[in-house]
Write a protein that binds this ligand. Structure first.
Ligand SMILES: Cc1cc2nc3c(=O)[nH]c(=O)nc-3n(C[C@H](O)[C@H](O)[C@H](O)COP(=O)(O)O)c2cc1C
Ligand code: SF4
Ligand code: SF4
Length: 274
């Protein structure tokens, strides 16, 4: 099997695959059927847009490691703006979670969403660590507090000193100022040298964040987890980030212990219309 495979029986010569290829790798041969231009295989992003646009299902892009997803083509129109807006407006950062872990099936559903998030040059290189156990999350919280204590001894600036002192005091008062009582911590990591690493991970997390709400879960972004794990190799190692990789961002999740009754105010969008 080659990279670009065509079932000529199914091809109706519409040329849509040629049009859609952002890397301009396809041409119509004798105006009849598409072929990949000579020597261009290495430039294929494997984005699958040609496959996805083909009306006859004539194209099969070879894809090692691909996993099947349900065929939901055409459902996009069924999700109205109102529905989506309701979801987006009502997502809140949750800081009061039930302690029970999240069912594995629900987490797997979130990773199905993550797989389909856009990535620069379709690299899909982000990997994940899931700590789905409140006791283990607490240990990470304490490791981060340990890092914060070390920072206060030799602070890079006054702001970090104040921040770390605040975290330590909150922890000593029996609170969880880092993971906010969440039973589940999802951490994205990627190779240190990948230029798109953080943006790809954050986009995937943002989509998982919204999807989590539809599964009855609440979430909170783990800013302090990210700060500590990027600054401290010990914290990164404790979380389980492998050698040669760096943490890219974290999201806490779990079942809500509280319910927001209203949508709070936000700034209006600052847009320059031209
Ligand atoms: C990048 C990022 C990092 C964040 N880090 C934390 C954090 O470490 N702890 C926390 O409690 N909330 C954190 N938040 C949540 C923000 O405080 C929250 O999104 C903001 O106050 C708006 O509230 P809302 O999410 O309920 O709309 C973070 C949010 C983002 C986007
Ligand atoms: S989109 Fe499909 S049917 Fe149209 S030219 Fe390409 S392969 Fe043929
Ligand atoms: S808006 Fe309310 S909840 Fe938010 S920080 Fe201010 S006082 Fe606290």
């Amino acid at each position: 099997m080659s990279l670009f495979n065509l079932d000529r029986e199914k091809c109706i010569s519409c040329g849509q695959c040629v049009e859609i290829c952002a890397s301009n790798l396809l041409v119509m041969k004798d105006t009849e059927y598409p072929v990949m231009r000579e020597g261009m295989e290495g430039r294929c992003l494997k984005c699958g847009h040609c496959e996805a646009i083909c009306p006859g299902g004539a194209i099969d892009i070879e894809y090692e490691g691909a996993g099947a997803v349900p065929d939901v083509s055409g459902v996009k129109g069924e999700i109205g703006y109102e529905q989506f807006a309701k979801l987006a407006f009502s997502r809140r950062s949750l800081r009061n979670f039930k302690s029970r872990a999240i069912e594995r099936e629900k987490l797997e559903k979130l990773f199905e969403i993550a797989r389909y998030a856009p990535t620069g040059v379709n690299i899909q290189s982000e990997s994940w660590i899931v700590i789905n156990d409140r006791e283990k999350v607490e240990k990470i919280v304490d490791a981060i507090i340990g890092w914060a204590k070390a920072v206060t001894e030799n602070p890079p600036n006054e702001m970090m000193k104040g921040l770390c002192e605040h975290l330590i005091a909150a922890r000593e008062a029996g609170k969880d100022p880092i993971c906010r009582t969440a039973p589940c911590l999802i951490v994205a990591y990627d190779r240190v040298e990948n230029t798109f690493a953080q943006i790809n991970s954050v986009i995937a997390l943002a989509q998982m964040d919204l999807a989590a709400q539809t599964l009855g879960l609440g979430t909170c972004w783990g800013g302090f987890v990210q700060i500590a794990a990027s600054a401290s190799p010990q914290v990164a190692k404790f979380i389980g980030i492998p050698e040669g990789f760096a943490p890219q961002y974290a999201l806490m999740a779990g079942y809500p212990n509280i319910e927001f009754k209203r949508i709070p105010k936000r700034n209006t969008a600052r847009v320059i219309w031209k």
